[in-house]
Design a protein around this ligand. Sequence first.
Ligand SMILES: Cc1cc2nc3c(=O)[nH]c(=O)nc-3n(C[C@H](O)[C@H](O)[C@H](O)COP(=O)(O)OP(=O)(O)OC[C@H]3O[C@@H](n4cnc5c(N)ncnc54)[C@H](O)[C@@H]3O)c2cc1C
Length: 374
Amino acid sequence: MDVVIIGGGITGTVLAYLLDMRGVHVTLVDAGLQKPRYPLIHSKLLRFREDIALSKISEEVYLELSSKLGIKVLQPMYSITVIPSECYGDTAKLINLWHEASARVKVINDIGRYGLKRVVNNEVYILSSGGDNLVDYVQLMRLIRKRNNVRYVECKAGINVNNDSIEVVVNGRTLHGDYYIITAGAWNSMVARGAGLRIPLLPYKCQAAAFLSRRINYILYDYVLGIYMRPLGSAIDRVLGLSGLSIVVGGDGNSKITEPGREEKVDREFLNEVSSKVRSRLGNALFIGSRFGYCEVTPDMRPVVGTMGMNNLVLMGGFDGYGAEVGPALALALTEYLLNGSWPDYAKPYLIDRFGNNWPSTWDIGTEAHELCV
Ligand SMILES: Cc1cc2nc3c(=O)[nH]c(=O)nc-3n(C[C@H](O)[C@H](O)[C@H](O)COP(=O)(O)OP(=O)(O)OC[C@H]3O[C@@H](n4cnc5c(N)ncnc54)[C@H](O)[C@@H]3O)c2cc1C
């Protein structure tokens, strides 16, 4: 079987590996429009039961990748989740699901021990181990693109759909396959539009800022302030750690619908807001840089996978801010579909059929699916 994958980001990369491992000939085309520069968060402490199941399966995929590629894809992390007390009832119900996903979770009081400050009176702090990781996508992408059997093409691809036939065009050349997979992230809707297809996805701008601060060796999900913080997780961070310092990356779930290519820089309001919130939780923090990229959402803020009219054209996307958490599991489901012709149960809530043909041309972006206390 020959499969052409358009988009070698987080999900396209893992999909290429999973198919290659099963003897499929893979052509992976990537335009180099978005690259992770530091490890990404993988968390099982999510809000929906089906997402938690995907995140657990993704963790297993990462562990398989680690052993087969001989690298350490996952760096296990502690996490602290800060919630307002009024949200504890809902969160307590989730804690049982997190335990089932092998996270160990307990409420703590002394956050000063972790270098954190109390911001308002009614905060609850949940410490977790076994629930979170940082994923080394930088190395993963480099290795999978270099695999002998994966034909990696660095170029922008377009699709032509004529009656019942599909072709992928790269640099004026046509690529043929038994299946064509669109995993072009925030560019999915542009790729589909180029082929005259309509899909239930909108792109938006995702932003993050980095600070030099006192050392933190855990991920902080702060639902009182509405931000997350995590150590950069790279070699430089480990060196700084020896002097009690960290590079901390912070961001929020705020989102702004915009097509890739239209934005030039990180928003000033975002920087002001994140800087002041990071400082109110950590104390001194020196702003050292920021970056933005693009994410995408479906109308219900959950990922989507499935065939698009023709059986051999498949879309996988809509991962908003949690593609490293749930993406590999859907890549595994898609692998099973291509090889066996049916979707595993865990993928069924994400099938594109749930939208029928009836989604709006635009919609408001709600809370990202991985966020709590909504
Ligand atoms: C600053 C920032 C921080 C983030 N942090 C996290 C995190 O910690 N954890 C987490 O789970 N998620 C995080 N996310 C979200 C995460 O990046 C997305 O959920 C994820 O990248 C979606 O994966 P994807 O494979 O669908 O798309 P992408 O990873 O965006 O990959 C799409 C790929 O398609 C390629 N492409 C586009 N058009 C074409 C074309 N025409 N031809 C060929 N190739 C094409 C692009 O070059 C790109 O490589 C973050 C996002 C940003 C911007």
